[in-house]
Design a protein around this ligand. Structure first.
Ligand SMILES: [Ca+2]
Ligand SMILES: [Ca+2]
Length: 343
């Protein structure tokens, strides 16, 4: 057994007594990158934003540096806002995740009562710094000084996690946020597809084959002929509240063919589904060879079984390399099932 709290990335086996070292297998057991061995912390190293900063010495990214054991603020692993009304902190996970718990580590050298009544919001909306997203927790007691607390947010989904203390003259001062999460399943993967026409072997199933390689000749991109209003459709085989879509554009040429594309979602097959509700209005400048994330209805989602891509106009070609669809069966709601406190 290793000493408690042996943290590290590299494991070295060394024998000082022999000329040679021979091993048949080494197995390493650890608790991962989180307080909780069942947690994979998806916040570490992700994008952070804070309403104000007390000093550049204690920047917001200290709260996602993966170090949750250094709680003296002078250790350089904590962050600190100014005293202000309703200070907030946001971490952008860069992708929609299914969240189970959020851990907060408080400062240990003083001021432990500042981390009180923290509100946690989770969702895909990044407007107003996520402060309109659904609430996981509200009105919490103080996190112990030098300790941590976890908040269960079972089955909440989202890309943005926002903390806020709703109070005048408040300070958001803490050392780490850990978010236990998993990537939400891609609802489109391998589902039935159809498109208005096919040329260059660009069959519609290649849009959901799980391979986003943007080089056409690899053989994993779709391609219609040049026609009026070309379209493509995937059948999710059940109704979902679709919250976000990732679309991968071609990278070898022709990226502008996707410009002006519409995404429509609904349960109707009238007009081949091309009249269903819009996920967003037309998209322009979808980057070449890149996977572009689209938040449907600003992340609040659009309900439906069918997802259509449509390029309105004459002499248009619809070609792309992968579409991923994320969503949930129900509107996401917060839950108050579980909470824990630790020193
Ligand atoms: Ca830290
Ligand atoms: Ca593909």
């Amino acid at each position: 057994m290793c000493n408690a709290n042996h943290l590290g990335r590299y494991v070295t086996v060394k024998d000082y007594g022999l000329w040679k070292l021979t091993i048949c297998e080494i197995e390493v057991y650890a608790t991962g990158n989180c307080y909780d061995s069942g947690c994979y912390n998806v916040a570490k190293g992700k994008g952070v934003y804070i309403s104000s900063l007390y000093t550049a010495r204690w920047p917001a990214n200290n709260a996602v540096d993966g170090n949750y054991w250094s709680t003296n603020i002078n250790s350089g692993s904590c962050t600190h806002s100014n005293a202000q009304t309703n200070p907030w902190f946001r971490v952008d996970l860069w992708q929609e995740m299914i969240i189970s718990k959020v851990y907060l580590a408080n400062r240990g050298d003083c001021c432990g009562d500042q981390l009180t009544n923290v509100m946690i919001r989770i969702g895909n909306d990044d407007s107003n710094n996520g402060l309109k997203n659904p609430i996981c927790r509200q009105g919490l007691r103080a996190v112990p000084q030098g300790g941590y607390v976890y908040y269960a947010c079972p089955n909440m989904r989202g890309r943005q996690i926002t903390l806020q203390i709703v109070k005048t003259n408040a300070v958001l001062n803490f050392c780490e946020i850990q978010v236990c999460g998993t990537l939400a399943p891609n609802l489109a993967l391998g589902k039935p597809t159809v498109q208005s026409s096919t040329v260059w072997n660009g069959t519609p199933n290649l849009g959901v084959d799980g391979d986003p390689n943007p080089t056409y000749n690899i053989g994993t991109c779709t391609h219609t002929t040049s026609e009026k209003n070309p379209w493509w459709r995937v059948d999710l085989q059940d109704e979902y509240l679709v919250t976000s879509i990732h679309i991968t554009n071609r990278g070898d040429c022709c990226e502008s063919r996707l410009w002006g594309i519409e995404i429509r979602i609904g349960n109707s097959l009238a007009f081949e589904g091309n009249n269903n509700a819009k996920c967003i209005s037309k998209m322009w400048n979808v980057p070449k060879g890149a996977t572009h994330t689209v938040m449907c209805n600003a992340g609040y989602g659009v309900k439906g079984r069918y997802v259509n891509l449509l390029i309105p106009g004459d002499n248009k070609i619809l070609t792309f390399c992968e579409l991923m669809v994320f969503g949930t069966r129900d509107k996401q709601v917060g839950s108050l099932l579980d909470i824990g406190w630790f020193m």
